[in-house]
Ligand binder design. Structure first.
Ligand code: MLT
Length: 385
């Protein structure tokens, strides 16, 4: 029976999604599936039996995606499952960005034991005057599940919101409040009092906040980063804080050079750390794994196309292959040549990889499976019957 390896603590609600017989471990040598949060898998051995890796969260930069793809290992994430938790932290950080709440609370701690605390508070509080967020402009970079929720809540709080996302999905556009204005990246950076970033870490987005970006910002802007630390060049942040260009930098990704710097607020990667978000992510990740292991269905994969269809017959074959000419026709002709009717077929591609689900009216013999597997463009074949 399939073994699921958990590389991080995953909410136990996940276990209930698996059919009887699955085993869960923190040490399996040859797991069929892996569940994880931020565990760094880059040096982790990928065993031949491994079918899928499910990230209980959005970011997958801790997973060796190209190596998984080459071995036919599907990598899933759980888009939107922790979006509300992250949104709430971002909204909290907008207030922390506008007002000197963190410094003020730290200062109050120094008054412990002071006689007449009330008087000392009234005398000292003027150092901590801050701004309201209402009426200010917020730029939201990345309008996925989190960005849309942040943008919508911010307009409700009276902010003018600019959004930028070259990959905005139909679902994202439909959920976006019509008071949110879209802008190109340059305009957003130049016009915003607050900027919050919600994009994945990729070679294109790494250090997108560098000295050039800071130079374009309004004086005294606030930058909020709950996506990944590497999106921001830490040295450029320090220079921008030092010059006053940036009033505050708030990040969920502390690094040594940022900790303890005045006007830099480091939060210990708490965006998704609520029991609600942890349960949602664990449940979604588990459902994705189960449907893939049991039926070959792919939903929310970052390296293979989403191909998901209800089983129409008792026999199904799943073929993962390179997105090259001729694979589909070779597979279907081999099946037909063996006298098996294809009841349903679906094949989709994502960049240079593709995935096919074929429901059959009869069991597929082992030799036909072997022949399909022998095609060099075929990465992996699985049979469900
Ligand atoms: C994410 O990428 O969604 C977060 O990093 C999730 C987490 O904290 O595990």
């Amino acid at each position: 029976m399939p073994q699921i390896l958990k590389l991080n603590a995953i909410s136990p609600v996940a276990d209930k999604e698996f059919p009887a017989g699955y085993t869960f471990t923190t040490e399996a040598k040859n797991p069929d599936g892996i569940m994880l949060r931020s565990f760094n898998m880059h040096e982790y051995p990928l065993n031949d039996e491994l079918l899928a890796v499910a990230r209980a969260g959005a970011g997958t930069n801790n997973i060796p995606i190209p190596a998984c793809t080459e071995k036919g290992i599907v990598v899933f994430n759980t888009p939107g499952a922790n979006a509300n938790a992250v949104k709430e932290l971002v909204i909290c950080e907008l207030f922390l960005g506008g007002r000197k709440i963190v410094d003020a609370i730290d200062w109050v701690k120094t008054l412990k034991g002071t006689e007449g605390v009330g008087k000392a508070v009234e005398k000292g509080k003027s150092k901590f005057v801050g701004h309201e967020i209402s009426g200010k402009t917020l730029g939201v970079i990345g309008l996925g599940a989190i960005g849309v929720m942040v943008a919508n809540t911010a307009v409700d709080l009276g902010m003018n919101v600019l959004g930028y996302d070259p990959y905005l999905s139909v679902a994202g556009a439909l959920h976006l409040d019509n008071r949110v204005k879209t802008a190109d990246l340059d305009t957003l950076i130049k016009s915003s009092d607050f900027i919050t970033v919600h994009v994945p870490l990729t070679p294109d987005t790494e250090k997108m906040f560098n000295a050039d970006a800071f130079a374009k910002m309004k004086d005294g802007a606030v930058l909020i980063n709950n996506s990944r630390g590497e999106l921001v060049d830490a040295n450029a942040v320090l220079a921008a804080i030092e010059s006053g260009k940036l009033e505050r930098y708030i990040t969920d990704f502390p690094s040594d050079e940022l900790i303890g710097v005045p006007n830099v607020i480091c939060v210990p990667h708490l965006g998704a750390s609520t029991p609600e978000a942890e349960d949602n992510c664990a449940q979604m990740a588990a459902k994705e794994l189960v449907d893939y292991i049991e039926n070959g269905n792919i939903t929310h994969s970052v390296n293979f196309p989403d191909v998901c269809a209800p089983r129409t017959t008792a026999s199904r074959i799943a073929v993962m292959h390179d997105n090259v000419e001729g694979v589909i026709s070779k597979v279907t002709s081999l099946i037909s040549a063996n006298g098996i009717n294809i009841a349903n077929i679906i094949d989709k591609s994502k960049k240079d990889k593709a995935y096919m689900l074929v429901d059959l009216d009869a069991k597929i013999p082992e030799n036909v499976v072997k022949e399909i597997e022998s095609n060099p463009a075929v990465i992996r074949v699985r049979v469900f019957q």
